[in-house]
Design a protein around this ligand. Structure first.
Ligand code: FES
Length: 141
């Protein structure tokens, strides 16, 4: 069996939503200390919904494919739904990642959570404290 699924290869070769949103409402950046990869997510939020999302990923192919898939999965979705996106769901949507590459999809989940947290903080909105805890360990992985 090929190491990477067709979907991973597709999203790696033709990543969706690459770029920067200059006037983003929330920005999340996470890094993985071990592999050194960095992912940045930009969100445009309207009426508690993700109106637009873009990403920049300085990292491996799996991290790029995960960011691409994750942004597709949250675009147009309410924040509450975007917060529920798990790295497992991202990996499943990609038809799986090799075990030693699962951490790459974790970056996508955490970058999105971080960006939403940034939006809440910028606007002085209430948020679930567990969100901050979830983001605090991003840097440690
Ligand atoms: Fe680090 Fe993929 S190897 S994010």
């Amino acid at each position: 069996m090929a190491l990477y699924s067709e979907k991973v290869m597709d999203h790696f070769r033709n990543p969706r939503n690459v770029g920067v949103i200059e006037d983003a409402d929330g920005v999340g950046e996470v890094g993985n200390a071990k592999c050194g990869d960095i992912m940045k997510i930009y969100l445009k939020i309207e009426n508690d919904t993700i109106a637009d999302v873009k990403f920049e990923t300085f990292g491996c192919g799996s991290a790029i494919a995960s960011s691409s898939m994750a942004t597709e999965m949250i675009k147009g979705k309410p924040l509450s739904q975007a917060l529920e996106l798990t790295n497992k769901a991202v990996a499943e949507a990609l038809d799986g990642l090799p075990a030693h590459k699962l951490h790459c999809s974790v970056l996508a989940e955490e970058a999105i959570k971080n960006a939403i947290l940034d939006y809440y903080k910028r606007n002085g909105l209430p948020f679930d404290p567990s969100l901050e805890q979830a983001c605090a360990h991003c840097e440690e992985e």
